[in-house]
Design a protein around this ligand. Sequence first.
Ligand code: MN
Length: 320
Amino acid sequence: MTRIRKIALEEHFMAPGFQTYSKGYLQHIDAVVMADLAKRLADFDDIRIGEMDRAGIDFTVLSQTGPGVQGETDRAAAVGRARENNDFLAAQVARHPTRFAGFAALPMHDPVTAANELERAVKQLGFKGALVNGHTQGKYYDDPAYDAFWERMQELDVPMYLHPTDAYAMPHVYAGHPEISGAAWGWGVETASHALRLLFSGVFDRFPRLKIILGHMGEGLPFQRWRFDSRFAVYSHGIRLAKKPSDYIGSNIVITTSGVCSPAALNGAIAEMGAEAVLFSVDYPYESTAIAADFIEQAPMDDATRSLVCHGNAERILKL
Ligand code: MN
């Protein structure tokens, strides 16, 4: 069977020495499952490429698993960890350049340092952009100090994958409910809120060519576009934007299908934002590569749309 060309871009690894950052995320995972995840996160050869081959995934863009450098509390140490991670990843990509590319980890603790590392990763290591695991120690990137970072990112013409993380302070609504505070729900709310902070603070008006990628079918944002326009028209709190809020969701903000293998949700997201705003991804090794690949090959859509979602949009946005 010939399978449609597929590119996946929320695909994680664990660099040596990064285990301690992920403890909070992984502590509730069963020991046997965790051992299997650890093995798959550390592998860049037969396990990972075998799984890609079986699912017909031609190319993946790799990123450090969360929270990575965002979990480092020491600003100076974060710079070293980011460089270490990016050099490690570049060496792995160089071993399989026809199958892998890299997203940089960034020390967002300081905007200019982060911009410098992004520039090094793009220009010297050939990375396709960055994957940042949400806020850095409670800092969100709508802060005006980050304009220096966004300006450089726009100049370099690469996207940022804004990946979920835990809320900085656990919202009271999750008290006693760990089943919804994390990956199942809380991470999505946290990440969508971060993206909305960027949107409403005018980051995309100041840097109109910026691209932010959200996973997990856009963390719910595609389905609230109408309401953002309707409520912002009434409750703008003095904020002025060049366009309607919905106009940024699908242009500056694009999404991947990682971890939401629902044909109905996919069709809804495409209907809201257009076929050029939705990109296939898996979220390896936390989601099933086989299920994700079968889903994207079988979900009802025309051939032109499927080509864009499976590979065309990634090729355009990442300049592959
Ligand atoms: Mn992920």
